[in-house]
Write a protein that binds this ligand. Sequence first.
Ligand code: NOJ
Length: 764
Amino acid sequence: MKKTLSALLLITVFFSCSEKKSTGGDSKMDTFINDLMARMTIEEKIGQLNLPVAGGAVTGIAISKDVEDKIRKGQVGGIFGVFGPDKVRKVQEVAVNESRLKIPLIFGLDVIHGHRTIFPIPLGLAATWNPDLIRKSAQVAAQEASAEGLNWTFSPMVDIARDPRWGRVSEGNGEDPHLGSIVAAAMVKGYQGDGLSRNNTIMACVKHFGLYGGSEAGRDYNTVDMSRIAMYNYYLPPYKAALDAGAGSIMSSFNVVDGIPATGNRWLLTDVLRNEWGYKGFVVSDYTSVSEMINHGMGDIQTVSALALHAGLDMDMVSEGLLTTLKKSLDEGKVTQQEIDQACMRILEAKYKLGLFEDPYLYVSEERAKNEVLNTETRGASREVAAHSFVLLKNKGQVLPLKKQGTIALIGPLADNHRDMLGTWVIAGEWEKSVSVLEGVKAQAGGAKVVHAKGSNITEDKEFIKRLNFFNQQMVTLDQRSTDAMKQEALRVAAGADVVVAVIGESQSMSGESSSRTNLDIPESQKELLKALARTGKKIVLVLFTGRPLTLTWEEANVDAILNVWAPGTEAGNAIADVLFGVHNPSGKLPSTFPRSVGQIPLYYNHLPTGRPWDGVSETKFKTNYLDESNDPLYPFGFGLSYTTFDYSDISLSKTNLTGNESLTATVTLKNTGSYEGEEVVQLYIGDPVATISRPVKELKDFARVSLKPGESKEVSFTVTPEMLKFYNSQLKYDWESGEFNIYIGTNSRDVKVAKVMWSISSR
Ligand code: NOJ
């Protein structure tokens, strides 16, 4: 292995130009940085590549040591886990007053779905299908984080994921490359605003590059193995969209890509990222993903650090492999001066663009930290976004919206609960300040009486609880009462009610990093409670908390309504009450398929056709199916109901025969046929039934949000362009091919109208 690496490096030395080349294209910046770098020792340059953690966000075994001393010695480029004006100021003072060249630090943190004011988990944000609201959530997060000294967030996570066993589906935008790309761009624009040097914006870091969502068996940190066609057509687009939106940094992932860990993968970090995509920002590793390459079998710490630098990595999060070995590798000819300079320059450019050389304390403001954080306005934004993220999965007999009369029983361990409102990844968010469902519903119940019982524990599985309470946190606790006593109390409370609202599902630490599950049912103790409640014969509304698609086959068959609220954030209770009482009519749509059972996974709408399709009705033998389960999802991608109903007309096309670069308009008339004003997300899919490679049965290409009063109709038109027909073929050429195309428009990926067009490339 060492031999191969040295050979590779020699080739690079041979071809590398001796001059430093700026990546920024700003001559004032270039002069400043060239001048600074001319004064830096090699150790100081290597120091810029080091990113230690200083508390707050420990997501691995290793923790950084002697950080303050290292800052003084110029051995730290940025730091993460420190926030709050006082703390950031103190740490920055060490860099700016006590290090030889006074180079300021960048301050990063995982600001994932809000900083102090928590918004819905990213999967919930994606369920809004509303880029304006998503952008707003990131903008509020940037405002709050920057007020507390931060200028860099490790977000957005844009990993496409088709396996809900993987806990990190909660942190991403679901299974679709088009929706994922729109969300990715909206997040980046929200964080970075009009410019990185403003004191109320922060630099985005797109992650995890790449393909991290493809972990085998849904187990975190596991192997990824996929074809280039799958990478280019489905998994890579959202990273590219985030970079095209201007993201200043990108994080390399833990997994292997084509057999080589992403962090040391030159094809990924240089050929694709720099050469194909023209990316100019910097690449940071994930937490110890440099040193983890030792476990991947890539060599010792010196070898893997050289491999990472050579691959195109610029900053090392926590491993300190670059810090401790690069000088030796340089002396031994295993890395080049130019490679070190290049990485250092990219870090310095980011600092320059963030305005830190002009004012190292730009982001430190006691006053802003007091006034611009968790206030009425930020809470209002969170409440609005949360209400838009909820997906109504079932509403039999229009049990929702609730009437403000009679007795409403709120039952379940998540009803009178603050901690689990926020979901995964909340470092600065304080759960004590969240609004519980009980509080929110009581505040809006008007003439209705609200009664409550806990009904069950979140789970009674002690081993599971131990895992959920990692690092000895008390995230899930057991009620001292017996299971039966809790259930009997719930049944007594339910007996006196007109409607039962069961508030149950996953607790905070059941999804997120290192939270893979093989069983996607609602945890057993809660499901038992739900079954007991259903047996009462009362109307049951399930308010479901979850960080991932769950298997809800029993629930779909046995409860009256299901409102999927993900983990809504600080304003959870208020937003849920807004929707339960009909102040807000739900319009969220699923960004991920909900399977019927775990055995169907991976299950996603944009799958390829098979040679032995099964129509779901005829003889099953020797056709693609299961002996014991249907092929269909429980809820398809794009699914979500409203309190009103919408009727779709057939599609009318402006043309059905096209040549070259012509476009067409596809139109449907949408009518609100129910009795509530409502919004519908109208979805456009395209299918390419005959091509040189097998193509997905359909792919989302556009969507539009339409608001309609009862009885109102509107025409909804999409422009369909040849750009939408393009795909990466087996030579990885991005183009389209002549032939017939199916244009689908509908309310979700399954329930669509279809029209056919012929499109010929010939006269292009
Ligand atoms: C590991 C996670 O994979 C990554 O998403 C996160 O940004 C880092 N830890 C830092 O907390």
